[in-house]
Design a protein around this ligand. Structure first.
Ligand SMILES: Cc1ncc(COP(=O)(O)O)c(C=O)c1O
Length: 458
């Protein structure tokens, strides 16, 4: 059933019903919520009960701007009826089939469409259900590639300080954010870390920092020297480090990493779970920055978040090596998920790609970026703000640390929620990434609310 805005408004007037339906303490207890302070959330729940366009509604019936597109995942806006209809229709035709040794037409159609928007020659798509699965899948593809070409001594993965690559064991092993790994003491050995591209000496840089990129990338040479020239399997990076607070790569950085990876036969992986599907103004950051990796991971905006889904786009050379190494009639890659390429997720993703195309949303993101970044950077004189960074339709506002790191950020997102904006925070950084369909006047409103909330600390 498609819910119209008028119906949303109708339901919203019956606040008590919503509160009773969504907010009983007993109802909340059993769900152990992810990345959440469960104790305080359940005392003071902040539930979202509906979404439409750039807005969501909370359980008190109040409307909020979705300033982070959920988790960077709803660029087309919420509750797109085209996507809902495609999923509905698919579930009535074919709800499920085993993805092992069986297939259904939509997964192939989607892979063709995705290969058309990923850079050449990344033409083979492996499906998962989350960004974390995409990252772990990419690690296993690298291992299988090296096994197939008798290079299994290449078993060191390189990541970076402040990296976020999801929460499965592979991604946790690559993690460079302390809190995301300190309790998890049995992760993979054989991961080395480069420096992050944070530039604490230079603040309030809009877009790419202008220099220093090549030096930072040369950190990969340090790792190569430490382990040996033939030992490095892959280098995983987020082209823009998102979850840690939007660290935009300095000019020359990605290009230099590519050069080093070519020189030492290292697989370069761009984790584009946040940057994929237009967030930078191009389909992928790889195209935006003009550097082609060997593997791209994607998720989130792949279905406009209407269905869980992720993908790994793989270079022809890697696919051909793994597939070519197996004997005829033998499975080539012993990996996959029950829901790899689920029919409903494929239908959602195809409908999402249609919207991106029809509404020219990647170009819209590019065109709107200047206005968006100017509006966010206009907050920079505020005494509570210590830095702002941004690129495309993605920005981070770094707040002055209160007593303990992270305390102010956490409080800030609560105050913003109560004032009418949903924003994801990480530590003391607020990550602003609205849907691409947002209008300029709505950006003004959103930034106005952010300013008011900043002022509330005075
Ligand atoms: C770069 C990156 N990789 C992987 C992930 C994990 O994705 P998921 O939460 O869908 O597992 C995220 C999530 O934010 C991400 O930003």
């Amino acid at each position: 059933m498609i819910i119209t805005l008028a119906e949303v408004a109708d339901v919203m007037t019956d606040k008590s019903e919503i509160t009773n339906r969504h907010c009983s303490r007993a109802d909340l207890e059993n769900h152990w919520m992810p990345f959440t302070d469960n104790k305080s959330f359940k005392r003071e729940p902040r539930l979202i009960v509906r979404g439409k366009g750039i807005h969501v509604w909370n359980n008190r019936g109040e409307r909020l701007v979705d300033g982070s597109s959920g988790l960077f995942s709803v660029p087309c806006g919420h509750c797109r009826h085209e996507i809902a209809a495609a999923v509905h229709e698919q579930l009535q035709v074919l709800d499920y089939t085993s993805p092992f040794l069986r297939g259904h037409p939509k997964s192939f159609e989607l892979a063709r469409r995705l290969a058309a928007i990923t850079p050449e020659p990344l033409n083979h798509i492996f499906y998962g259900n989350s960004g974390s699965e995409a990252v772990d899948t990419a690690m296993k593809i690298v291992m299988a590639y090296n096994f197939a070409r008798r290079q299994s001594q290449k078993n060191i993965f390189v990541s970076r300080e402040r990296a976020y690559h999801g929460v499965n064991i592979g991604g946790t092993s690559l993690a460079g954010i302390v809190k995301n790994r300190e309790a998890f003491t049995s992760v993979l050995p054989g991961v080395a870390y480069m420096r992050s591209t944070a530039t604490p000496d230079r603040k309030f840089i809009k877009g790419q920092p202008g220099d220093g990129g090549e030096d930072l990338a040369d950190d990969l040479l340090r790792v190569i020297k430490t382990y040996g020239e033939s030992r490095i399997a892959a280098c995983f990076i987020e082209p823009i480090a998102g979850s840690t607070g939007v660290l935009v790569p300095p000019e020359g950085y990605l290009e230099r990493l590519r050069e080093i990876c070519d020189q030492y036969d290292i697989v370069l992986v761009f984790d584009e779970v946040i940057t994929g599907f237009g967030r930078t103004g191009s389909a992928f950051a790889a195209q935006e920055f003009g550097v082609t990796p060997d593997i791209i991971t994607m998720a989130k905006a792949m279905t406009n978040a209407a269905q869980p889904m992720s993908g790994v786009a793989v270079h022809d050379r890697i696919y051909d090596t793994v597939v070519g190494a197996a004997e005829e009639n033998m499975i080539e890659f012993f990996h996959g998920y029950t829901y790899s390429g689920h029919p409903a997720a494929c239908a959602a993703s195809l409908a999402t790609l249609d919207i991106y195309e029809k509404e020219n949303l990647f170009q819209r993101a590019k065109d709107l970026s200047g206005y968006f970044l100017d509006s966010v950077f206009a907050l920079q004189e505020h005494p509570l703000i210590t830095d702002i960074r941004g690129y495309g339709m993605l920005a981070a506002i770094e707040l002055l640390v209160e007593e303990r790191p992270g305390m102010r950020g956490h409080d800030f997102q609560k105050r913003l929620f109560d004032a009418g904006v949903h924003v994801k925070t990480t530590g003391d950084a607020a990550l602003i990434a609205p849907p691409f369909i947002i209008e300029k006047s709505e950006i003004d409103d959103m930034c106005g609310i952010i300013r008011e909330v900043l002022d509330s600390y005075r």
